[in-house]
Structures are given as C-alpha cells and as structure tokens.
Write a protein that binds this ligand. Sequence first.
Ligand code: CP
Length: 332
Amino acid sequence: MRHLLSAADLTRDEAVRVLDTAAQMAATQAREIKKLPTLRGRTVVNLFFEDSTRTRLSFETAAKRLSADVITFSAKGSSVSKGESLKDTALTLQAMGADAVVIRHAASGAPHTLASAGWTSGAVVNAGDGMHQHPTQALLDAYTLRRHLVGDGGRADATGRDLAGCRVVLVGDVLHSRVARSNVQLLHTLGAEVTLVAPPTLVPVGVGAWPARVGYHLDEVLADVQPDAVMMLRVQRERMSSAGGGFFPSPLEYSRRYGLDARRLAALPDHAVVLHPGPMNRGLEITADAADSPRAVIVEQVANGVAVRMAVLYLLLAGTTTGTTTGTTTGT
Ligand code: CP
C-alpha cells in the first residue's frame, strides 16, 4: 500500500490489517497513552479544497498523536482563490516537505492525479473526492461495525468471520455519495451483504454492476433484510444544485419514504445499529430521536475515525524514509 486512494484498492488482508492496527491504536488511547513517537520527524500535510469537520480534524488529531508535524491547508483564504492550480499548490507544499498528503477535493480523481503526476513524493491519502471515494470513512465504518457486530473489542474474531454475512442497508442519496461507493466496495471485500435503498432518481447509472442489491421501498427492504446495521446517507443538496438537478422527491416526501424515524428504528432487530457519516440533515434523512437514540453509533464513528486514521498513517509511513515512501506497507 503506497497510497490510499480507493476502498477498491484494498485486499481483504490489507483492510483487515488496517482494522487490526486501528484496534491497537485505540487500545493505546484507552490506556491514556495519548501520544506515540512513531512518526516523529515526519510531516503530514492536510490539503482540504472542500469543507470538512470530522475528516480534517481527525486526520490532524491522528497525525499529532503519532508525533508527526502537521500542516493544514484550507483552500479558503489561500492562493487558490487567486486561481492557483492543484499542481502549483501541491508543488508548494512539497517544497516544505511532505511525507504524506491527505487530500479532499470536489473533483473526482484529484487524489489519483496528485499521486500519479509526481507533484508529491509523499503517500497520498484520499479524504474524499467528489462523488467518487472516501476510503477512510468506509474503514472507520467497518471498524465501528466490527466493534458492535463481531465483538472482541474491534479485533478480528478467532474464526476470521470479520463482517462475513453481516447484513448492512445503506439508505438515501446513493447517487452523490462517495461514502456509499466506498462502503459498498469495502463491505463486499469483508464479506458483508449490502443492500442499497434510494429513490429511483438518486440511484447511479450502472449500479447493477455494484456488489449490492438495490431496493426502492425502505419499509419493505427493512422487513425483508432484517439488517444488522442501517447506514443513513446525507442528502447532498449542494451537489444537486451544482449538477443542475432538482431535489426530487420533495424534502417532506423524502423524509416520509426514506427517513429513519422512531417507528422504523423500533422495527429493526434488537441488536441492529444505526450509522451516519455526518454531517446530518436532522429531520430529512434522520429524525432527531433516531439520531440521538442509543442504537445510533454516530458519535462513536467520529472517535473511531481517529484510531483508523492513525492506523492508515502508521501503515503508510512507519519504516519509510523521510520525504519518500517505499512501494510496500511496512511497520508492525
Ligand atoms: N464524514 C465526513 O466526511 O464528514 P466531514 O465532511 O465533516 O469531514
């Protein structure tokens, strides 16, 4: 693993290794060993061209807890507003020394371009690109599911079952969701059974090729699948308006047909958990009582994001030389 660009790039063994390492990182945090010396002398650059709260702060926290130096760049207030390109921004940050570049960008494929064009010698981590991928979100979601559904404190269980056979339903704006694309791929790699539920207008062309079933009626799917987990997706109104499309169905209709509320929550199996990547549109895809219920693990997802991102940075950087990374993941 030279870079982390897509959930599709991860083999099952690589994904399990990240999740196991995240469990070790979480264990050190639980013992109140807040700071590990592992990445002392390394520089992690957070390059955010699109807004973020959870991902940016958790990458920053993760890098600092590994003792890396952190440079955080937000496009707002930078020379990007004067028209500076991604290439020149990347070259500028490379000149300051970057062992890893964590990038979020509105353009699908921007992290791939950064990694392949030679604008940085560091490892590139995709922190969300357009509607394409958000691999660390999928990893933290899988880690959260593991903690609740597989047991053993988030480590792989003795049988190696690891989410195999777990039933996960993703609900909502699949069309615009990099979280959905990443999760479908990673959950499939880990052996889970995935079902997508969305209004027909928010299902991507080509979804038939995805390793997931597709339904259009939430109540019917929940009754049929009896899911272990329900993952609600944010309705991405900002991408709808930029694409020139309207929001169909209406917000009221959407919430009635696809929103998670107390009635639907009560109909889930007793052990089922509710996830949402955030930020939430409360009252649209999820009601406040569902979001704040004990079944919701949404705040825990955020905490798990720090451990997972510590694991990703560690696996990409530990054992490599400052300023360059080798072709394989190292470190134990
Ligand atoms: N889940 C997620 O990517 O949230 P942010 O946009 O706040 O980073």
